[in-house]
Ligand binder design. Structure first.
Ligand code: BGP
Length: 466
């Protein structure tokens, strides 16, 4: 592969989240979130029975981790504040939780790293879930109040705020696909959750604007949304029904969020089709004005794999609920067998062109991209470091697609690798390792660079990709 370069002002960084790294799940006044509750109720749902408790020991090792990031030439990283750590059950600041995040932001500055701060990464506090979670408007209001508290507490320290990570995935995994606690299969309830998260996003964004206007939040701060965008493809020579499946799946996963953050609206064609199929959203009078406030400054795109769909064999699923698409298995797909996800860097180029053409002026960055691989400890070299050339190939391929999108005029500003330092992957726990840096569970969560880290350092410091 020929070498190529990325722009001088393009940033390289790392992506992570509070619940997957911090550990200390029940100390310092932290409340239970759904991961903690699920871990206690059914630990055998987690790979090797490793629950939410330890993360990757980030709270104990954050200084070392920040040093590693800086040493690899990164200039930015993203994590999330855990709602269940920052606030108590009355919605007041938990001083110990606030102190931890103040210290983290201070240490980040000292290490020369800009910390991007996300407010929600699938980590609903359990007591609020018991009050209805995202199905309840009261919880939507509680989230907006939490965001306001965070802006007030850290408004002078943080420049890059995000309301949500992957608001498409939470309804999908918890309410539709039955994968995450409470493991439901209900397409309609998933859409209610999706709608309420949209309202919550808009209310938080409005709170951010107000806090910035009165000087609580610094004038140079920006707010954004991070979603998992999956370019949606179908078979060659599609039927009109295949294209209809693309319209609805692309509409629910991608256009919904892109329209919300650029126009302050939800796509009418998607809402109409949902209603025609008996899926009614809990829209209240005045919601259209609220959603208008959901326009943000820029966007984070998490990209792991494309979505390939075709017309559904049946318009009703096995639970009697509407079904708009079946999966299309593309015969040429290259798979990451450990995770069962297709590797398709071209999807990033296609997403960049979609933004350029359909959402002109919207700046974006790759907020997650990464490859998780099983049994990496079997790939140790003579010096005990893990040999992972596949990770270099994966990232190089995605950066190459991105460089072409930028060249073609898409305003992509940077790339955050997901899981720079191996972390806890929800119910997969530590099964698939994403890191350029190993976390050795047999040796006190010790950090050790994998071979690929040498390549990353060169790319991040030179912007030349070989
Ligand atoms: C994204 C999430 C991350 C992360 C990543 C990898 O959807 O935002 O939290 O976990 O996917 O997925 P997994 O950990 O399931 O392998």
């Amino acid at each position: 592969m020929e070498q190529f370069t990325l722009p001088d002002d393009f940033f390289f960084g790392a992506a992570m989240s509070g619940p997957q790294t911090e550990g200390e799940w029940n100390t310092g006044g932290k409340l239970e979130n759904l991961w903690d509750t699920w871990s206690q109720e059914n630990l055998s749902d987690f790979y090797n029975r490793v629950g939410s408790y330890a993360g990757n020991a980030f709270m104990a090792k954050y200084q070392e981790d920040l040093r590693i990031m800086a040493d690899l030439g990164l200039t930015t990283y993203r994590t999330s504040i855990q709602w269940s750590r920052l606030l108590d059950e009355d919605g007041n600041i938990n001083p110990e939780g606030a102190a931890w995040y103040h210290e983290l932001f201070r240490a980040s500055r000292e290490a020369g790293l800009e910390c991007f701060v996300n407010l929600y990464h699938f980590d609903m506090p359990t007591f609020l879930f018991r009050r209805g979670g995202w199905e309840s408007r009261e919880v939507v209001e509680a989230y907006a109040a939490y965001a306001a508290k965070a802006f007030a507490e850290f408004g002078q320290e943080v420049k890059h705020w995000f309301t949500f990570n992957e608001p498409t995935v939470e309804p999908e995994q918890r309410f539709q696909a039955g994968v995450w606690y409470p493991k439901l299969h209900d397409f309609g309830r998933a859409r209610v959750v999706q709608y309420h998260i949209s309202v919550a996003h808009a209310l938080a964004t409005a709170n951010f604007r107000a806090a910035q206007a009165d000087g609580t939040v610094r004038a140079d701060a920006k707010i954004g949304l991070i979603n998992a965008f999956t370019p949606t493809y179908t078979r060659e020579n599609p039927t009109p029904e295949d294209l209809e499946a693309v319209r609805m799946m692309g509409g629910i996963n991608n256009r919904w969020w892109l329209d919300l953050i650029t126009k302050g609206e939800l796509p009418v064609d998607v809402l109409d089709t949902l209603a025609e199929n008996g899926v009614h959203l809990p829209i209240r009078p005045g919601d259209a004005e609220i959603l208008k406030q959901g326009v943000v400054d820029w966007l984070g795109c998490n990209y792991y794999h494309p979505t390939r769909v075709q017309a559904p064999a049946s318009k009703v699923d096995e639970y009697g609920l509407p079904r708009f698409a079946d999966e299309y298995v593309w015969p040429d797909a290259v798979m990451n067998e450990s995770r069962g996800w297709e590797i398709y860097p071209e999807g990033l180029y296609d997403f960049g062109i979609d933004v350029r053409d359909n959402y002109p002026g919207l700046e974006w960055f790759v907020s997650e991209s990464g490859m998780g691989v099983m049994d990496e400890h079997l790939h140790r070299g003579d010096d005990y470091r893990i040999e992972d050339p596949y990770r270099v190939d994966f990232v190089r391929g995605h950066l190459e697609a991105l460089a072409r999108a930028i060249e073609a005029g898409s305003p992509c500003k940077g790339y955050h690798y997901w899981g720079l330092i191996d972390n806890w992957s929800w119910s997969n726990a530590f099964k698939n390792r994403y890191g350029f840096v190993e976390v050795d569970l047999m040796d006190g969560y010790k950090r050790r660079l994998k071979r690929s880290a040498d390549w990353l350092r060169e790319v991040a410091t030179t912007h030349v990709v070989k």
